[in-house]
Write a protein that binds this ligand. Sequence first.
Ligand SMILES: NC(=O)c1ccc[n+]([C@@H]2O[C@H](COP(=O)([O-])OP(=O)(O)OC[C@H]3O[C@@H](n4cnc5c(N)ncnc54)[C@H](O)[C@@H]3O)[C@@H](O)[C@H]2O)c1
Length: 513
Amino acid sequence: MNIFLYGPPGTGKSTIGNVLARNLQLPFVDLDALIETKTNMTISQIMEQQGEAAFRDLEMSMLEETVGQASSVTSKVIALGGGALLREENRSLAESHGTVVLLMAELPALMERLKDDAGKRPLLAGDLRERLVSLLEQRRQHYASFTLQIQLDGMTADQCAAQIQTRLGRFHLSAMGEYDVIVGDVNQLASLPYQLQNPVIVTDENVAQFHLVKVGLILQSMGHEAGFVVLPAGEKHKNLNMISHLWNKLLQNGVDRRSTVIALGGGVISDMAGFAASTYMRGVQWICIPTTLLSMVDASLGGKTGFDLPQGKNLIGSFYPPRLVLADPQVIETLPQRELMSGMAEVVKHGIISDPELFDLCACGWDWVKSNLDQVVKRAMAVKINVIEEDPYEKGFRAALNLGHTVGHAVELVSQFELLHGEAIAIGMVVEAKYAERIGIAEPGLGRTIAGVLSGYGLPVTIPSDLPREEILRAMRVDKKKDAKKVRFALPAAIGKVQLVEVTELELVLEIE
Ligand SMILES: NC(=O)c1ccc[n+]([C@@H]2O[C@H](COP(=O)([O-])OP(=O)(O)OC[C@H]3O[C@@H](n4cnc5c(N)ncnc54)[C@H](O)[C@@H]3O)[C@@H](O)[C@H]2O)c1
């Protein structure tokens, strides 16, 4: 679907549109520039010689032409003139061919941007301030009627583009392979421009009950009779036996190097299907449709795939990103409440890592989050995407994502997976935050603040007393983040700030005050 940038003159629609198009690897169209090229006249000349009505007619036919092409080929980012959607027909055309994002800024910022090109904007000729105030007043209701609005003041074009992407849930990752991440209705799989051949859906028995038929039908509407492999559910099956079973099933389904594996499930399925895809015939394309909150905001992003050994979690794996991640927040309606809350631990984690506002939103509690799930999912995804784009292979900052995981993985393993992943991470985050306080890295009270938010979701925040400390320590030493003598921790220093610290005396981490 196209993205239309709209709003008053001076909001920088063309500059921001260019950045957005580059980020998303989509073509960019500046409608005014297109009109000028096609007519070989400037907008001012058209207005002066033919009048505003004739210009609006041109605008309309150019918009029709642009979206007409877009529906048949690929999405575009389209910057519109400041009055392009005043005509109802134009507005319907844009809204039926994509999403309109309204850019808005305060008067002084608009004035500043417009002061040098008044001659190019015939509707603002004369006293700029007076004309602009009057134009904004005339169009006040019109602009206010668009739902998706971005207030630009104080933001650079890059920041603005990033905010638009988060609001829309559209990202393109390129640091490790090229792939799109889209938050939206799973039905849009049918209209996205991806070449699929002989697709095989890999899912688990729980997800299959609710979502397999639907995805099968979507693929059928695209002309594919998809094969499927249904695995037993749960972390205890994320092992080499299951991978071997999966390789065999792919063979039986006639998967060859041009086929596409579709992982439909939570993190266990995406880790295993992704790993199988990375190794089967030296690598086949895969698509990820995450079905848990945790896999949407975390496991599906970043290209890490793998499985567990009895000695530790995720000890075997590969970096192998999918071609597409399509996350539909509606899919998680069928998720058991305990799994949902487990996913909230990772959302809170992302707030702690680099988005204090997200942390504050989490602090509003489940009722608020539930009714704003779409926004929360997109925002939490954006945090992870920023980190993995900066450091895809965990040479440095990506390790921040391991916040809570060194203790968390060990606790999860020692509980023999009685604790869900997110529950174990919740415990890990609080234990590690309290340790960070004790060694003077974190601000006092940080552990309690984090524990307060997590407890609000019914998540555990202390290590269960029946889990032997020695076993947890042993598991921490085997954790994949170990180097020879020390274990590297991602410790929270404040909400929004994580510090990587080498720890030698692991016992001190688990010390209880
Ligand atoms: N690769 C990575 O970067 C990464 C990051 C974080 C976590 N992980 C891994 O992810 C795994 C945890 O992921 P998870 O919490 O999604 O676990 P999961 O895949 O086991 O799913 C949790 C449970 O929910 C069920 N389920 C999934 N979607 C459902 C739906 N829509 N409706 C009803 N039931 C549904 C599953 O069958 C399962 O029983 C762990 O193995 C962890 O190591 C990987």
